[in-house]
Design a protein around this ligand. Sequence first.
Ligand code: 13P
Ligand code: SF4
Length: 359
Amino acid sequence: SEAELDDRIRAAKRTLGERVVILGHFYQREEVVAHADYVGDSFQLANAAKAHPEAEAIVFCGVHFMAETADLLSQPEQAVILPNLAAGCSMADMADIDQVEECWEQLADVYGDMDATDAEGLVPVIPVTYMNSSAAIKGFVGRHGGIVCTSSNARTVLEWAFARGRRVLFFPDQHLGRNTAKAMGVPLEQMPMWNPNKPLGGASATELETARVILWHGFCSVHRRFTVDQIDKARAEHPGVRVIVHPECPMAVVDASDESGSTDYIRRAIEAATEPTTFAIGTEVNLVQRLAAEHPQHEIFCLDPVVCPCSTMYRIHPGYLAWVLEGLVEGEVRNRITVPRDVADPARVALERMLAAKP
Ligand code: 13P
Ligand code: SF4
């Protein structure tokens, strides 16, 4: 039962003490968040993974790419554990390393030497990957002078990239790329989308010549469900409503909202509201429901009435958490995530560039 699992997790945690740190993403279910030492967005959790060198093990309640990132940023002898290995991210899977390598070769045919700088000291393209990507993709980016971003620092990271390159190749999330670049004043005509199944990504040579941001064709299946109609309905039914959405939502949805930002931005915006307010939120439902429970003075609801969970985040069932913790108690490391050395070294470079990038 739920109560039994809760007791087992508590007992194992008590036995392990400081030997283990449990990190939980905002989208995790309540029964998991209850046991996390740190709850945060993907940027905060990457920092948390780096900040606990004393722990033998980091149990990451989130999805695979987050656990890989934790492995890259933690100490080599620390074990990073993903309670359920089937907790992936469909968006991260949309940028396949072979397709990305192929894209880069085709771009080199158009732009020439990818390492050569022009009169202004800029290379033709800087690759930027969203945190929501495999370690292999982060490694690619690291090897080609690029950088990682999260939804909380995408703008800062794009500024970093534009200071070094004429253009950005942004993957996997077309929406975060488009929404961020648009907010920075990049015209839509200068953001062609790369379709890996077509020659030159389906773009013309002229489009690629004038491009500022080349977008990859990925998206988040949770956030793409939000619509402008839902926002119109929320405004009609709740005059004065504040609509806040995640930048993984399509551009029209971000444009129709009042504000957009990372999961932690959404949390802080609600926390900062001094007057009782109605909030319509466009992000994963577990976070929205938790925020609603924590802030009874406000009315907080998810824009999608049919509930909008991230099915892979949900795969971290408390039963798996109990199982990996009890493994540690018995001296057995279960479900360890290890990034191979040849990928890890360049991937870490790309991550460290992000951690050092200043607004
Ligand atoms: P953030 O936690 O960085 O806002 O990202 C949301 C997300 O989709 C994580 O998978
Ligand atoms: Fe991936 Fe979307 Fe789930 Fe985040 S919410 S883990 S981007 S599928």
